[in-house]
Design a protein around this ligand. Structure first.
Ligand SMILES: O=C(O)CCC(=O)N[C@@H](CCC(=O)O)C(=O)O
Ligand SMILES: [Zn+2]
Length: 353
């Protein structure tokens, strides 16, 4: 029996298996590839790979890569599924320990961002809050945190990176961008991470200004990983993605999975433009009014003095320099993020290969 059959119960590939068993409580299943790589399916949408002892891990690293934390953000799911199929078919050998995650399988089946609550607001322990008790997303967040924790513990001697892959609801003036979680005591990512983003054709980086409850913030704060939320394009239903637009991330991940050295960066992807968050817009309650039109693209600039939101107590106007909106979405519960206002970071933060 080949590895795919063993792990995926004769139902073809990882994605099909994950959709078929979206809400199942699967027990662990293990197999070994002909080259000695061990593969463990830890649960639905969760694969842990361990190369054989003695395999050179040239980059001295362990990787966590997740997609489908939002069920309708399908292109990164397809990219990861393709890479898993190649690996299981023996097209290349794995160079480093790897944890791959399809985040929210029931939402993937429904083709929705989430079913009950936004999974990407439940990390860093938020899943323990009483309002989320008993919800499947809270259980899933706990499981994902636990698996990542075990993976990090098992590979403490290696550098840990986590890439949480997403696509955005709106079009974007900057097609691909990464968000770098705020962790006290650090400001910008190390050079090798900047180079990797460019290798993946991600040319824009957004520095978060405070801790949050998203998945990448959990792995950065609690596991000490170099973590990023990576926005790779626009939300489309499964089968409607132009996967040619995702070749950059696909090739860059395959190279990292194989444990190969980073290629020389070259134009046009040799310069990372960095933004910083100026203000996080929160839904403050029933009197909250948001003045950004629904269909505006990410990174659309608003001139100084523009009123962005108001409620019965206060309002927010753009400061002395223009600010750009990212992730505008007023349809969120009270207390949650309606959008980010960002501005270019000091030029010294930009990164050139
Ligand atoms: O397009 C949108 O409005 C949302 C796209 C998305 O899901 N983004 C992530 C960003 C997470 C982070 O802040 O690192 C999210 O909102 O969960
Ligand atoms: Zn998302």
């Amino acid at each position: 029996m080949n590895a795919s059959n063993h792990l995926f119960d004769f139902h073809g590939d990882w994605l099909t298996h994950t959709l078929t068993h979206a809400s199942a409580d699967l027990s662990e299943t293990k197999t070994e590839l002909p080259d000695g790589t061990r593969v463990s399916r830890k649960g639905t949408g969760m694969l842990w790979f361990a190369p054989p002892a003695g395999r050179a891990n040239l980059n001295q690293e362990a990787l966590i890569v997740s997609a489908g934390i939002h069920g309708n953000e399908t292109a990164p799911i397809e990219v990861l599924n393709g890479l898993v199929s190649e690996l299981l078919a023996g097209e290349w050998s794995l160079g480093c320990p790897l944890l791959l995650i399809l985040g929210n399988p029931p939402a993937m089946v429904a083709g929705e961002r989430f079913l009950d609550v936004n999974l990407n607001r439940l990390f860093n322990g938020a899943h323990r809050e009483s309002q989320y008790e008993g919800l499947p997303e809270a259980r899933r967040a706990r499981f994902l945190e636990e698996m990542c924790r075990q993976f990090a513990m098992a590979h403490q001697e290696l550098a840990l990176s986590h890439y949480d892959l997403h696509t955005a609801i709106r079009p974007s003036k900057r097609e691909r961008f990464a968000l770098y979680p705020h962790v006290e005591g650090r400001s910008v990512p190390p050079a090798d991470q900047c180079a990797f983003l460019l290798e993946a054709e991600v040319e824009t980086l957004l520095l978060q200004h405070k801790e949050s409850t998203v998945f990448s913030a959990f792995s950065a704060s609690l596991l000490g990983a170099e973590s990023f939320t990576v926005e790779l394009g626009k939300v489309e239903p499964l089968g409607h993605n132009d996967l040619r637009r995702f070749r950059g991330i696909e090739q860059a991940l395959r190279r990292r999975f194989r444990g190969l050295p980073a290629p020389e960066a070259g134009p046009p992807f040799d310069h990372l433009t960095v933004f910083e968050v100026v203000h996080e817009i929160l839904n403050t309650g029933p009197s909250f009014r948001f003045h950004v039109p629904d269909d505006v693209a990410n990174f659309t600039e608003h001139p100084s003095g523009t009123m962005i939101w108001e409620d019965d107590q206060t309002c927010y106007r753009v400061g002395t320099a223009p600010e750009a909106i990212v992730f505008p979405n007023p349809a969120v519960p009270v207390g949650q993020r309606v959008g980010l206002l960002v501005r270019p970071a000091p030029p010294a933060y930009n990164w050139k290969s």
